[in-house]
Design a protein around this ligand. Structure first.
Ligand code: GCU
Length: 439
């Protein structure tokens, strides 16, 4: 029972304000239209994460999670074994195609061009370090469909240096954004931004909602809306996670154009839904040099095929379906997750051989919903993609106890205490990044 009392409130807090306060009327209508287009009558209910007595209560019992067989990583769709890096490149393209078609959707050719402007610049001292802060905006070209528009907001801080500096780009919220409800207790220890600066890194934030709103009722605007030019979204068109990842790639290009930034050392970070987006960004953009994917759960690093925490039905519900391609809905009814041609290990594998750090909170500190062990098992199953590229995947195949970094390879995993956040894993991630990228 202890688990439940811990889980529910932390989960509620974890939801960004946008999700808590949103009106899903328009989203539900859009979702229904997609279900009609796909000829789907009914979607299975997801897991109930709040009521432990519900018939569909979320499972947090490892004995009931199942030991699913996964689609093979190193075997082509035609069943041929993938034995070397040349064949991996081909297999990789097959996997990307499957994720495009069935999970995240395709970026249409009509995705808008983004033009960047410098909005403001300041010199400052942060944590005793001289820094330059810049605010830039990426205006989407909407001449083909002026009824939709968007301006991508990015802010970043670079430590003064004679050399170009590495930068970690995070998916985040508008400046000054506060979660609703009582103020949260201050974080113990220095903020991650300070930790990054002390290690010679710059930090940047791209406001996810400025790329695309986190609501299925708003798909007619943002970069998705511009690209659709008034059409409804087709079953293979991009969902919001793909759009966020695409926007982060545009932000990466803008950062790379700054003479003070080391374009070859730009990483991507995110928590929860933004952790999913960070993993998608790593998968689709080979120019991200490193990834920190925190508590990304179902639709991110956790295996769909395990029954633990969040399930397909949750992802396909009115508040989340828009993260995915329309086709994804099929797997929440009539098909199931066992019919998926992919699982999370194949998404993780798309980052190989670049360094990738997967984190989660422990189940008993309230992060069970994201299935920490399911993310670890996915990473284990993804490791051969590093090996085939001549790198080292996870350094252990044994699920580590909390606070035990598995960072001996280029694919890393750690469970922190303290629930649904990335805060407690930043020091471990930064040590990994310093080792993998250099200062
Ligand atoms: C919900 C959702 C998760 C998501 C999380 C978040 O809990 O079910 O999939 O990651 O919100 O982004 O906060």
């Amino acid at each position: 029972m202890r688990l439940w009392t811990l889980c529910a409130p932390i989960l509620a807090l974890a939801l960004p304000a946008s999700a808590q306060q949103q009106d899903y009327t328009a989203a539900n209508a859009d979702r229904q239209a997609m279900l009609d287009r796909l000829g789907i009558g009914e979607i299975r209910a997801g897991a109930d994460g709040f009521n432990p007595n519900a018939p569909n209560a979320a499972n947090y019992d490892e004995a009931k999670a199942g030991t699913p067989e996964l689609p093979p990583l190193l075997r082509t769709n035609a069943g041929l074994p993938v034995r070397n890096s040349k064949y991996w490149d081909r297999r990789r393209r097959e996997i990307v195609e499957l994720f495009d078609r069935e999970i995240y959707g395709r970026v249409p050719l009509t995705a808008p061009k983004i033009t960047w402007n410098l909005v403001r610049e300041e010199k400052a001292v942060e944590a005793g370090i001289a820094v330059t802060k810049r605010w830039i905006e990426g205006v989407a070209d909407n001449r083909a469909w002026p009824r939709a528009s968007t301006t991508i907001a990015v802010r970043y801080t670079l430590p003064e240096s004679d050399r170009r500096v590495p930068v970690i780009l995070s998916f985040g919220f508008p400046e000054g954004f506060k979660f609703p409800g009582p103020p949260r207790p201050a974080d113990p220890g220095p903020p991650y931004t300070e930790q990054l600066l002390k290690h010679g890194f710059g930090y940047a934030v791209v406001v996810a909602s400025s790329i695309q709103a986190d609501n299925g009722g708003e798909l007619k605007t943002g970069v998705i809306g511009i690209s659709l030019q008034g059409r409804p979204r087709g079953p293979e068109d991009w969902g919001v996670l793909r759009a966020w990842a695409w926007g982060a790639s545009r932000a990466r290009e803008a950062l790379a154009a700054d003479a003070k930034v080391d374009a070859r050392r730009i990483g991507i970070e995110g928590l929860s839904r933004y952790g999913k987006a960070a993993l998608v960004a790593m998968a689709y953009d080979p120019h991200f040099a490193i990834g920190f994917v925190g508590s990304s759960g179902a639709g991110g690093a956790a295996l769909y095929r395990r029954n633990f925490g969040e399930r397909m039905g949750n992802l396909a519900a009115g508040g989340e379906y828009h993260w995915f391609a329309g086709n994804f809905l099929k797997y929440a009814g009539p098909k199931t997750e066992f019919d998926l041609p992919v699982d999370a290990h194949m998404l993780i594998a798309l980052s190989a051989p670049r360094p990738l750090f997967i984190g989660a909170g422990t189940v008993d500190t309230g992060d069970g919903w994201v299935d920490p062990r399911g993310s670890f098992l996915a990473a284990v199953a993804a490791s051969p993609a590093w090996t085939i590229r001549g790198a080292k995947g996870l350094s252990s195949t044994v699920f580590p106890p909390e606070l035990t970094p598995v960072t001996g390879g280029t694919l890393a995993f750690r469970q922190h205490r303290g629930g649904h956040n990335n805060r407690d894993n930043w020091p471990s991630f930064i040590a990994f990044a310093v080792r993998e990228l250099g200062r």
